[in-house]
Write a protein that binds this ligand. Structure first.
Ligand SMILES: Cc1cc2nc3c(=O)[nH]c(=O)nc-3n(C[C@H](O)[C@H](O)[C@H](O)COP(=O)(O)OP(=O)(O)OC[C@H]3O[C@@H](n4cnc5c(N)ncnc54)[C@H](O)[C@@H]3O)c2cc1C
Length: 420
């Protein structure tokens, strides 16, 4: 029996795989046989979860410095060639999705990620892109310019161009379990691969009392400092104390990558230096002095309750060995008041662990960008393309990761079309 040879097979029907197929079907490749092989029972499972179900699909101020990759120069050129305006154009004018801007963040105007998944799904159906569901690809080999793909149910598919769009290793219940990278490694070699690690995740600590802060949010900033005291990452925003005993929130997730790497390298003294007030220590000290005069008769927790959550005051004063519910501010000398304001603005939280694959929003690591050409094709493996989170390129929160999925997918589609 003769097996059909596809022009292009895409492994993985996530954000990048769907977009790549749509771009191929649209501009470059109309009428050619394109197939998506998806391991899950539906496409876009992770895409449906994004932005808390609202899908923050891009950002008007995409900045290459907000990504972590082995090849920042190539990333810069990729984002210049296909950036957020190109994404907006494709969504609005081809897929028919109306977008809305909230600050820098771009969403579908319905604020529903299903709008985005459906638009991609419908477009692929309209353009006869085949989709096979519930088939996990287990291996791929290459001979005489043709890739042979085998699935877990022992089916075989042949293609001239193979796109690996299998995502990272987080939220494995969406189908992205990191094993897709093994397929890429077997077709190339281990020097192309940076192992996946959780990024955009929470940090945990064993510091006494931290679990008591569970559910508390404060607006401030966080710095990740290594065992030598060097600041490795810094971000501003809302900090959320978690039930596991630790910190999360967008600003913590944005710097978590650095903490994860330090911990995994064996640094036992990683700290998150957290400003719990959003103000400078000098300003906080003045605010405390005013309250010492006005509310000299109250306990410290009560006297500061108009400017700080009681749990925060108690937590910080406990670190100083003081009882906030027993002492008044008048009982603290000038040095203690200065120490209190310094701690409120730079509280050192020893970081002992991080949220694993089931908690992290993206993975760092993947196929090295430096081993790909300008169109995401593996440099010495014609016809093999790697896109999306499977590439060693991860960004901060705010639409950066989906923009990378769209950018890499569009560039791969362009490259494949040029090869015909
Ligand atoms: C909770 C959450 C919220 C997020 N919110 C945002 C956000 O608002 N904005 C943003 O920019 N980013 C967000 N992200 C990140 C974003 O979802 C990812 O960066 C993006 O989905 C990556 O797209 P991808 O196509 O590379 O991978 P995925 O979307 O993970 O798709 C990979 C697909 O490949 C399939 N697959 C894997 N291996 C195989 C195999 N061997 N055979 C067949 N199929 C296979 C998987 O089943 C999966 O469907 C969020 C992530 C999470 C988890």
């Amino acid at each position: 029996m003769k097996t059909d040879v596809y022009e292009c097979i895409i492994i993985g029907g996530g954000a990048a795989g769907l977009y790549c197929a749509a771009k191929l079907a649209r501009s470059y490749y109309s009428g050619k046989k394109i197939l998506i092989i998806e391991g899950g029972s539906r496409v876009g499972a992770k895409l449906a979860l994004t932005g808390s179900g609202r899908c923050n699909l891009s950002n008007t101020e995409i900045d290459p410095s907000k990504y972590n990759t082995d090849d920042p120069e190539r990333l810069n050129s990729c984002l210049n060639r296909y950036g957020s305006t190109d994404t907006v154009d494709f969504y609005e004018n081809v897929l028919g999705v109306v977008l809305e801007q909230k600050g820098e963040l771009l969403y579908p105007s319905t604020y529903k990620s299903s709008t985005v998944v459906d638009a991609l799904r419908f477009y692929l159906a309209d353009n006869n892109v085949e989709i096979v569901l519930k088939e996990r690809v287990v291996s791929a080999s290459h001979s005489d310019g043709i890739y042979e793909i085998k699935t877990q149910s022992d089916k075989k598919y042949l293609t001239k161009n193979l796109v690996i769009a299998t995502g990272g290793s987080t939220y494995p219940n969406t189908g992205s379990d990191g094993k897709g990278l093994d397929i890429a490694e077997k077709l190339t070699d281990s020097t192309c691969i940076v192992p996946f690690k959780p990024a955009l995740t929470s940090l945990t600590s064993d510091i006494p009392g931290i679990k008591g802060l569970c559910g508390i949010r404060c607006k401030g900033d966080v710095k990740i400092v290594d065992g030598e005291g060097t600041i490795k990452a810094h971000s501003k925003g809302e900090i959320l104390f978690t039930k596991e005993g630790g910190i999360s929130g967008i600003c913590v997730m944005d710097v978590s990558d650095s903490a994860v790497r330090l911990i995994d390298e064996g640094d036992k003294n990683v700290k998150a230096i957290v400003n719990l007030t959003g103000r400078s220590a000098g300003v906080i000290l003045q605010m405390i002095y005013i309250r010492r005069q006005m509310y000299y008769h109250r306990t410290c927790s009560d006297a500061l309750s108009g400017m700080l959550l009681r749990n925060i005051t108690d937590f910080v004063m406990k670190k100083m060995g003081l009882k906030s519910d027993k002492m008044t501010l008048r009982e603290l000398d000038d040095n203690q008041l200065a120490e209190l304001s310094n701690l409120l603005c730079a509280f050192p939280i020893p970081v002992k662990g991080y949220g694993g694959a089931d908690k992290a929003q993206v993975s760092s690591g993947g196929f090295k960008l430096s081993k790909l050409d300008d169109n995401m094709q593996v440099k010495y493996r014609p016809g093999l393309y790697i896109i999306g989170e499977a590439v060693n390129c991860n960004g901060i929160c705010g639409g950066y990761n989906l923009q990378w999925a769209w950018t890499s997918a569009a560039l791969a589609a362009e490259g494949i079309a040029q090869s015909v």
